[in-house]
Design a protein around this ligand. Structure first.
Ligand SMILES: O=P(O)(O)OC[C@H]1O[C@H](OP(=O)(O)OP(=O)(O)O)[C@H](O)[C@@H]1O
Ligand code: HPA
Length: 176
């Protein structure tokens, strides 16, 4: 079977959900500012759209970690590719991720960020695959969609670096 992508969540539905998340975050952080941490590369599309929907003052930083390489299976080892530019001390920090799968990436990041003494630390993810979770004790504060155990692409998510630019969430078919 040739490799192809089947649509799972249409573009309009993603946009609608992100608008709602932005409104919720704006309400929760009323009277404060929020420091968004984008987890590269996958989180970048979600972060840009979410930030536009937040009405409290926003600052941003970017961190790049990798555990999947070009595979659909996690190597299990989280590697920092690019660290943050700014300290987190005293800031209301919101991690913005595209997906939680095994939970290894976020578990690593949360522990790493806690050591940097933020005033508060919350997590926002566009997608969550609860069936795949290995690290169980991750609290998701803001969730876009819970999805079944399928390898998804689009909206920043890749398969072997392809399909990140799809404007919807899709499932890759015809691959091992
Ligand atoms: O919960 P986990 O099993 O750890 O998987 C989730 C992580 O995997 C993907 O990143 P990847 O390592 O593929 O890097 P990328 O964002 O640059 O594609 C994704 O963007 C998450 O950061
Ligand atoms: O389903 C997925 N798609 C793309 N990247 C990922 N990283 C963890 N899970 C996924």
């Amino acid at each position: 079977m040739a490799e192809s992508v089947r649509e799972m969540i249409p573009e309009e539905e993603v946009a609608k959900r992100i608008k709602t998340l932005g409104e919720q975050i704006s309400k929760d952080y009323a009277g404060r500012s929020v420091h968004l941490i984008c987890v590269l590369k996958g989180g970048v599309f979600f972060m840009c759209e979410l930030a536009k929907r937040i009405t409290v003052p926003v600052s941003m930083d970017f961190m790049s970690v990798s555990s999947y390489g070009d595979d659909t299976k996690s190597s299990g080892v989280v590697r920092i590719v690019k660290d943050l530019d700014e300290p987190l001390e005293g800031k209301d920090v919101l991690i913005v991720e595209d997906i939680i799968d095994s939970g290894r990436t976020l578990s690593y990041l949360i522990e790493n960020f806690k050591d940097r003494k933020p005033k508060s630390l919350r997590l926002c993810t566009l997608l969550d695959k609860p069936e795949r979770r290995i690290v169980k004790d991750i609290k998701v504060d803001y969730l876009g969609f819970a999805i079944p155990d399928e390898f998804v692409v689009g909206y920043g998510l890749d398969y072997a670096q392809k399909y990140r630019n799809l404007p919807y969430i899709g499932v890759v078919e015809g691959v091992e």
